[in-house]
Design a protein around this ligand. Structure first.
Ligand code: SAM
Length: 294
């Protein structure tokens, strides 16, 4: 079997099919065996595992997944890669490729049809231009994922694992850390891709939490508060919440200030200093106050 991490082999496959990279689809194919091994090692796969891969490219990672896991479903947007994948994945009876846009596909249906609704792992070298919507889409849909192991842009990885008070900490950090325990596994240089992207990358693995780390009465309200608190990073928490009319319609400045003090939070703090517990406390208090106002 051809070694798909060999640049020479990749080039000859692409040439044979007259394939040219489309930059806007984030097509940077992995050409490093060591990094490939690190991704699958971090994903900790066994022969019982079902795996969803996003963006198989020419099937480099897909073949490793197919060897290690029970079943692999890979979603690839680029039609031109489908005939290539047919060739490179020939003989992998446990691997199927779905042509489509991961942001448009009904993932609940996919998990139901392909995995019988059973737990699955996500493993991917993601297209960088849509890393955040892909991850958020998986986290927020209530899918039975066990873990997400991805190779992504370093800056996004740093935001996922960031702690309160750091400049990388934001809505993405809170969402990822609410649903999972993220861990950065390894830094990855641009030279391991064909063509090399302009940024460095990182392997991150996110282990699903069995229970959320805090009690949140209304999850949508919680995330609305999180987004509102980070809306303008230079503004205070109070001013960001005052601007969040969709959450606090009809509330006076004084009422919001009082609510924050009741939660033990100084209204002059900035959103990026709040931890998950504090966001939960604010959103739960807003809900109770709203109910008592009725
Ligand atoms: N897995 C391959 C590898 O490691 O060499 C390719 C990774 S490449 C960074 C990203 C892949 O995602 C490309 O094959 C690209 O065509 C595909 N892709 C881009 N946007 C997509 C989308 N919206 N849905 C599904 N696949 C997408």
């Amino acid at each position: 079997m051809d070694n798909l991490t060999s640049p020479r082999v990749v080039k000859s496959i692409l040439d044979k099919h007259g394939f040219h990279f489309t930059k806007s689809l984030g097509q940077n194919f992995l050409i490093d065996d060591n990094i490939l091994k690190k991704i699958v090692e971090a994903a900790n796969l066994s022969k019982d595992d079902r795996v969803l891969e996003i963006g198989p490219g020419i099937g480099t990672l897909t073949r490793e997944l197919g060897t290690l896991a029970h079943k692999v479903v890979a979603v690839e947007i680029d039609q031109r890669l489908i005939p290539i994948l047919k060739e490179t994945l020939a003989g992998f009876d446990n691997v199927s490729v779905i042509q489509g846009d991961i942001l448009k596909i009904d993932l609940v249906e996919l998990v139901h049809n392909s995995f019988d609704g059973k737990p699955f792992k996500v493993v991917a070298n993601l297209p960088y231009y849509i890393t955040t919507p892909i991850i958020m889409g998986i986290l927020e849909r209530g899918l039975p994922f066990e873990s997400i192991t991805v190779l992504i842009q370093k800056e996004v990885a740093q935001r996922m694992v960031a702690s309160p008070g750091s400049k990388e900490y934001g809505a993405l950090s809170v969402a990822v850390q609410y649903y999972t325990i993220p861990r950065s596994v390894a830094k990855v240089p641009a030279s391991v891709f064909m063509p090399p992207p302009k940024v460095d990358s990182m392997i991150v693995t996110m282990e699903r939490r069995k229970e959320p780390p805090v009690f949140v009465e209304d999850r949508k309200l919680f995330f609305d508060v999180v987004h509102a608190s980070f809306a303008k990073r230079r503004k205070t928490l109070l001013n960001n919440l005052i601007s969040a009319k969709e959450i606090l319609e009809g509330w006076t400045r004084q009422e919001i200030e009082e609510l924050l003090w009741e939660c033990g939070i100084d209204p002059q703090r900035r959103g990026e200093t709040l931890n998950v517990e504090e966001f939960a406390s604010i959103s739960n208090s807003i809900l109770y106050k709203k109910k008592s106002k009725l």
